[in-house]
Ligand binder design. Structure first.
Ligand SMILES: [Mn+2]
Length: 361
């Protein structure tokens, strides 16, 4: 098991790489989508939040895919800083919105994703995290509800407002879309769209040496903004894996999101999916409560016993990367850094315990 740090697009700099190394990380997971682009309700010094009803920001350039050269350059910079580039997290809605929406550009967008996967293979980047969701990470509220009054993110009931035209996955991909909202679809239709997507791209991922890694729906509720969600209970991950049996069909397992789910058990889920070798990498986050009423907490509090989670992964021989997901904002000049350093220190202490001859694990 390895320790990593997730870095947003604007954090792909020498200083953030140095911070990761100094905090004990060997790996990084990077985001190439700029979630904060032109989003006034989405401050850059926190996880992307948007507003309760507003999207994160504006999607990228639909004509500009991530090239192999660009990816190799980023990988080189990360390796020069003494780190390993473990994964790219998330596709840009600009590149694949009509796969999610089954829209007129779908065939071109499938080619986009295949090209990105091939470019990643050429650049030696082994994992692509994705989130097959129409609503995306939305409907949460930010408040000083964390320990000691820390600014934290949570959910107070589901959001019913429909998604406006031109928006998907909580980002705006077409600012000139006609007025109106997205037509609701069924859960079966969403699963059909995922199955078609996997059928078309998994063979390319296999040939490129890249694993696709699915994030569950955050927040995990059956319906959000009048659209179905895909993986909102732990057992639904198994259905996703069954659609395309392949080592390239894998999971970006989010402990916090699984803990928010109303059925199942987060420890059994971690055991089940790590035993199958299906976890590409892990998001670590603690929470109090269950969807649709929960809040994110610091790693050392909350409902989840993180020592138990990491012990299960260790026992099952998990070789992948764990990264902090989000943390509450600490009151200081560098809230993001402080929250991450606090989480990373906690995880390092558990790693040390697991390696200690005194360990009972
Ligand atoms: Mn997550």
């Amino acid at each position: 098991m390895k320790l990593g740090l997730g870095l947003y697009r604007h954090m792909l700099t020498h200083d953030y790489y140095a911070f990761a190394r100094q905090a004990g990380c060997t790996h990084v997971v990077i985001h190439l989508v700029d979630y904060f682009n032109q989003g006034s309700a989405n401050p850059r010094d926190n996880q992307p939040t948007g507003g309760k009803h507003e999207p994160w920001g504006v999607a990228g350039d639909p004509e500009k895919l991530w090239t192999a050269e660009e990816l190799k350059q980023i990988r080189r910079e990360i390796e020069d800083a003494g780190l390993v580039l473990a994964a790219i997290e998330n596709l840009d809605p600009a590149h694949w919105h009509d796969i999610l929406l089954d829209g007129p550009e779908r065939a071109r967008h499938i080619e986009n994703v295949k090209t990105i996967i091939r470019n990643m293979g050429e650049a030696g980047i082994p994992v692509l995290g994705y989130n097959f969701s129409l609503g995306g990470v939305c409907g949460r509220v930010t408040s000083p509800s964390g320990r000691g009054g820390a600014i934290s993110v949570g959910m107070n009931g589901a959001i019913d407002e429909p998604i406006p035209n031109g928006t998907v996955w909580n980002m705006v991909y077409d600012r000139h879309a006609p007025p109106g909202t997205l037509r609701p679809i069924s859960h079966d239709e969403l699963w059909r769209r995922l199955e078609r997507f996997l059928e078309e791209v998994i063979p390319v991922a296999e040939a490129s040496g890249v694993r696709l890694a699915a994030h569950p729906d955050d927040p995990p509720v059956p319906v959000m903004r009048q659209q179905p969600r895909l993986v909102y209970q732990p057992y639904m991950y198994q259905r996703l894996l069954g659609l395309a049996p392949s080592s390239s069909n894998a999971l970006e397992l989010c402990v916090g999101t699984l803990a928010e789910m109303t059925e199942g058990n987060v420890y059994e889920a971690i055991d089940q999916y790590s035993k199958q070798g299906k976890i590409a990498y892990i998001h670590l986050r603690n929470v109090i409560g269950k969807a649709p009423h929960y809040r994110e907490t610091f790693i050392d509090e909350g409902d989840v016993d993180m020592v138990r989670i990491l012990t299960i992964l260790h026992r099952n021989g998990f070789e992948g990367v764990v990264i902090p997901d989000h943390t509450p904002q600490m009151t200081c000049p560098a809230p993001w850094h402080a929250g991450m350093a606090h989480t990373l220190g906690f995880v390092l202490a558990v790693f040390a315990t697991l390696k200690s001859p005194l360990s009972v694990a």
